[in-house]
Design a protein. Sequence first.
Length: 535
Amino acid sequence: MSTNEKTDRNGDTSQALPKIEVYNTLSKRKEEFVTVQPGHVGMYLCGPTVYKPSHIGHMVGPVIFDTVKRYLEYSGWKVTWVVNITDVDDKLIAESALRGTTMAKLAEEMTADYLANLAALGVRSIDKMPKATEHIDNIIGFVQGLVEKGFAYASEGDVYFDVTKDSDYGRLSNRSVESMQGEGGSTVDRKRSAADFALWKKAKQGEPMWESPWGPGRPGWHIECSAMSRAILGEQFDIHGGGLDLVFPHHENEIAQSESLHGCCMARYWMHNGLMQAAGTTGKVGGRSAAQSLPEATLDAQAQAATKISKSTGAEPFKKLLERHRPETVRVLVLSTHYRSPIHFGEEPLGESARAMEAFERLFSRYERLSGKSFYVLTAKNRRDGDAAANLAGNEAELLRVKFLAAMDDDFNTAVGIATLFDFVRLVNKYIDQHGLEKKSSADVLSQLSEMMLVLRELTDTLGLFLTEPIATRIGADEKTVSKLMELVIEIRSRSRAAKDFATADLVRTKLAEAGIVVEDRADGTLWSRKKEAT
Ligand SMILES: [Zn+2]
């Protein structure tokens, strides 16, 4: 529940912050969200290894944590969000050799692809995107610190973390050192025990390399995140995120490195999102049953059982997928499931999401027709300022707003959030119908309608939904121009009909359909909207 009592829960901040609960993989339970620094959140998400164009699986984490950031900022925190770019790695070296290019050029090209996809999805709130190759000195310093403290050892030009020196090793993923096999392969002879992992790798002939106290080489993957998160967010920060498949070994190793060196906790909350899976079946997006049940003990099972999307049908480049689906459809698909559950992916679930969005967009056009105002340019308050919207107090809209906030306060349950927004849309449509607004304009009713639309704007903003007008985006014109043109076209069509020139009226309708626009004649006027996606 969202209470707003004036406590010093987050230190002696003058602003009272709401109570939010976050599921912590480390403790395996929901915990009250209390930050290291009062009022400020440091959040780190493991980013991509940029060796291939990104696919939809790479977009899940960014959409989820962008939403987490939006919601926390709306709730009064300041958030610094870091997503790293792994631009040196075995896969990059192999792929650049295959393409006959340099690792740096390949990384640059694939980073640009990744950023373009994030922008299309409305993921605009990342504050820093450090690249591993820009932090080599920092990484070497980190490894040196671990060697000096006795947690790591050099061996034939490599440096390994000695897991037997870390008594806590395995606590995130609930594994014992004995059960871990480590990387194995050709490095096994150089390690003290099989579960030890590489912090620094000796360079092979022809590979990118940097000088180090252990000879030329390059960093291991896990150490990058420990070094870069410390450099930007400090030794201790608040949220560390990533997909469930990163719990072991990546995050386990990050914890081992950082906590051994610093002697204190690295991140307070370890948040892991479910992986995207090829769909077998799916519930109706945004339906009343969208609230997911969240078994608490399924983390490992999920990670193991999941057919990761990257290994199945969804591996096509995300840009190709965007030729068939609007980016907003993908965002709705991701957020229609609670972030800890697996997301079912496929043309059918995407089609469900597209249809779900249309329910919102039909209301937006209805509102624009009645009020002359575009939903997309409404400016709602972007702070929750207590829980009561003054003008809506006591009515059904305010109850739905409270329900939405309660769901989001409960471990960012966007699934219940979106289902609640659907109820909100139904409520507003019912309100318009019951007050006969289509037949007779009334200043009071319109003003109440506008208040409700502002609440809808406020809540959809926290999810990063409906940020841009879809048709305008699609044809590359500004929304005002499109709106004016459509008014004109519809006026011409209705005049043709009035003059019984049905051939012209039908021609307009056919041509609009070819352009992907559907016209709907109603007793109270003509509505236009985008055609449904073919599914
Ligand atoms: Zn990482």
